[in-house]
Design a protein around this ligand. Structure first.
Ligand SMILES: C[S@@+](CC[C@H](N)C(=O)[O-])C[C@H]1O[C@@H](n2cnc3c(N)ncnc32)[C@H](O)[C@@H]1O
Length: 311
């Protein structure tokens, strides 16, 4: 695959995207509602563009990571590249893979069982929902939740192509999950929690919808240390899933505060110098001195936790 990178800059995927809004997310701070709406609007705009590209048959890009290439360019992105092995994709429409914008493969790690009810937070083009539906079989069910209409349309199209019927895509926000309490066995997600302006609330909502003993099993970007302010304030790197990410300590603290137990964070891909350079260049940020401060500090990780039995 050609290592072609097109810079999105702060207005990636939409010439009208706001570029001057600071979206830094200080550790454990509550986010005022108006800021949450602003962040959702920016994120929705970027992922509407990504869905439209995928619907036209191009690699979605413009998702996690910061590539946003011309329609016929071959896209290489350190975050989204090569997440799924060919053997896992049998029966999954090519269009769903094309629309994949995550940073991991949660269904490969979530140990889904026949008959389970699964919820994917920020389901995008639907690839992890379809993979889950196949794993849990007709006696189980896979829900996808997303706030972007164009993504929901794409996901429903991909469901039709797959022929899977134990699937439902819901419109809504991961901060207000439109499902009853204790109605889900496994919450999955692929590179979405980092995009929320109120991550503690997302984790509390995940806990609420899980049945006692239920599993939280998600892929996300996680930081091993703080990022420099210039990176934290980059809109391109926020919508690209990097600068809104929690540190490992913050993730563990928020999950614990939400009531979860058996919390673990397992790195699946650490972004080293070349990757960090690609991300900074695509966001239009100077390499000196940021490259040294970003290298090795950003990783894709599998985050696991459980809602205790009896809770
Ligand atoms: C990086 S993409 C990941 C999509 C999908 N999980 C995948 O792996 O391809 C982020 C998705 O999350 C959705 N999203 C972001 N923030 C959200 C929120 N607060 N509530 C609901 N959906 C959200 C976006 O619309 C987009 O479809």
């Amino acid at each position: 695959m050609t290592k072609e990178r097109s810079c999105c800059g702060p207005t990636c995927c939409g010439d009208d995207a706001p570029s001057a809004i600071t979206v830094a997310t200080p550790a454990l701070a509550a986010t005022p509602p108006d800021k949450g709406e602003t962040v959702r609007a920016i994120v929705r705009e970027r992922y509407t563009s990504a869905a439209e590209r995928a619907a036209e048959g191009h690699q979605a890009s413009c998702g996690c990571g910061t590539t946003c290439a011309a329609p016929d360019a071959q896209v290489w992105d350190p975050i989204t590249v090569d997440l799924y092995e060919q053997g896992q994709l049998e029966g999954i429409p090519a269009e769903a893979l094309l629309a994949s914008l995550g940073c991991g493969n949660p269904t490969a790690l979530a140990e889904l069982q026949t008959g389970e009810r699964v919820l994917d937070l920020g389901s995008g083009g639907g690839i992890d929902v379809l993979l889950s539906a196949r794993r849990v079989g007709p006696s189980g069910k896979a829900y996808g939740l997303d706030m972007t209409d164009a993504m929901l349309a794409l996901a429903r199209q991909n469901q039709q192509r797959s022929g899977l019927t134990n699937v439902e895509f819901l419109r809504g926000e991961i901060e207000n999950i439109p499902l009853p309490s204790k109605s889900i066995d496994v919450v999955i997600s692929n590179c979405v929690v980092n995009l929320s302006a109120d991550k503690p609330r997302v984790l509390r909502e995940a806990f609420r919808v899980l049945a006692p003993g239920g599993r939280f099993a998600i892929s996300d970007i996680v930081l091993t240390g703080d990022l420099p302010p210039q990176v934290r304030e980059s809109v391109a790197l926020f919508t690209g899933c990097v600068s809104g990410a929690l540190t490992e300590d913050e993730y563990v603290a928020h999950l614990g505060a939400a009531g979860f137990g058996e919390i673990s964070i397992e790195p699946t891909r650490v972004y080293e110098r070349g990757d960090a350079q690609a991300l900074l260049e695509a966001a239009g940020l100077p390499l000196d001195p940021l490259l040294d401060q970003v290298t090795g500090r950003v990783m894709s990780a599998f985050v696991r936790a459980k809602r205790p039995i009896g809770s």
